[in-house]
Write a protein that binds this ligand. Structure first.
Ligand code: PMP
Length: 400
């Protein structure tokens, strides 16, 4: 008998489990709107043309496969801070950004969580309700206490700004606030610039530490700079911030695990000490980050021609999603005019938060083979024009 017979079966992941169920389905009309991964109009995964070009250059350089340093590839670290703050930002010139290349957004969040557990002992992390499901695992597994702040107002299908501010005002000084840099997952609802300013005021007044999760830079508006508005605002107002960055979506490097944890700090001396500790934590977690994807990202961001081409490809991806958003809204308005569907085009990013209940989601999946998460989120990146009518019919059948 195994010594592990007491190990209970873990539940499937609420997001990745949807893809498993989709793969197992034999229905010819099946549609995977679970995971947030970009698909083209034929619903096929996409490798960006700039990625292929960068890989060609890397291949021709015949580089070795030696370990990177713990903090990662130099050119990548520069690229990733430039992307976040804008090249030439004073914080970069002053050397007060600690940046460590890590295992995409998730790994960067996890290193951040480990840092908080060790150096901000007892501070709780406030996460939005709802949020990306893995936030709870990441902080919970590091024994960092997490609590919800109100975020989504189901009646207006918008931001519950009043509730959010009340909850953050009640957070003890020194608490951490996890904020989605742009394109909030799962709701697609972001604060306005005025609201971001008020959140920054509150963080300053209450001495809260903002931790930005930037997983969709470029995917909200199609513009990298516009999508970095919030973290840049906080830095320009003199706040110290933590940021996890991911190249999964905007550069389509999902499986390469490319990302970074950046901490913008008061001075260079603090940044040096903080980086030394981040390296210490990463050493024990995974030792050093992967080379290939970092080389790709560095090649694209640091080369003017490739960078411009990337921006155009990103606008193309964001534009396709925006188009199917509009088509879905119009189809639903035609099929079910009594209900207000305008929230679909008000939401931004990859997702639409439909308001479907778990029972309605079950109907979507069991009867119509539309695979989606049980919180009612659909990834519009997995939809094309040809499937809009089918999806709209399934939604109408489920909500009626
Ligand atoms: N944060 C949010 C809000 C996300 O949606 C995702 C991806 N689904 C991530 C972080 C991390 O993704 P990855 O680890 O692939 O970079």
């Amino acid at each position: 008998m195994s010594r592990f017979t007491e190990v209970a079966q873990a539940p499937p992941d609420p997001i990745l489990g949807v893809s498993e169920a989709f793969r197992a389905s034999t229905s010819p009309s099946k549609l995977n709107l679970g995971v947030g991964a970009y698909r083209d109009e034929d619903l096929k995964p996409v490798v960006l043309s700039v990625v292929k070009k960068a890989e060609g250059k890397i291949f021709n350089r015949n580089e070795n496969k030696e370990y990177l340093s713990i903090e990662g590839l130099e050119g990548f670290r520069k690229a990733t801070v430039d992307l976040l703050l804008g090249a030439g930002h004073p914080a970069i010139k002053e050397g007060r950004v600690a940046v460590i290349q890590s295992l995409s957004g998730t790994g960067s969040l996890r290193v951040g969580a480990a840092f908080l557990a060790r150096f901000q002992k007892g501070a709780a992390v406030y996460i939005s309700n709802p949020t990306w499901g893995n936030h709870r695992n990441i902080f919970g597994d590091e024994n960092v206490e997490w609590k919800y702040y109100r975020y989504f107002d189901a009646d207006t299908v918008g931001l519950d700004f009043k509730g959010m501010m009340e909850d953050l005002k009640a957070a003890p000084p020194g608490s951490v606030v996890l904020l989605h840099g742009c394109a909030h997952n799962p709701t697609g609802v972001d604060p306005t610039p005025e609201q971001w300013n008020a959140i920054a005021d509150l963080c300053q007044e209450r001495n809260l530490l903002p931790f930005f999760d930037v997983a969709y830079q470029g995917f909200a508006t199609g513009d990298l700079d516009k999508d970095a508005f919030a973290p840049r605002l906080f830095v320009d107002r003199g706040l110290e911030i933590m940021v996890s960055q991911s190249y999964s979506k905007n550069l389509g490097l999902y499986g390469e695990r490319v990302g970074a944890l950046c901490m913008v700090l008061k001075d260079k001396e603090t940044a040096t000490r903080v980086l030394s500790q981040l390296k210490r934590l990463a050493r024990a977690l995974y030792s050093n980050p992967p080379t290939h994807g970092a080389r790709i990202a560095a090649e694209v961001v640091n080369d003017k021609e490739l960078f411009d081409e990337w921006k155009a490809e990103m606008r193309g991806m964001a534009g396709r999603i925006e188009r199917v958003r509009g088509e879905l809204q119009r189809a639903l308005e035609r099929k079910y005019p009594d209900k207000d569907w305008s929230f679909i085009t008000r939401q931004i990013g990859m997702f639409s938060f439909t308001g479907l209940t778990p029972a309605q989601v079950d109907n979507m999946t069991n009867k119509h083979s539309v695979y989606m998460t049980r919180d009612g989120r659909i990834s519009l990146a997995g939809l094309n024009s040809a499937k809009v009518e089918y999806l709209a019919d399934a939604i109408v059948d489920s909500v009626r």
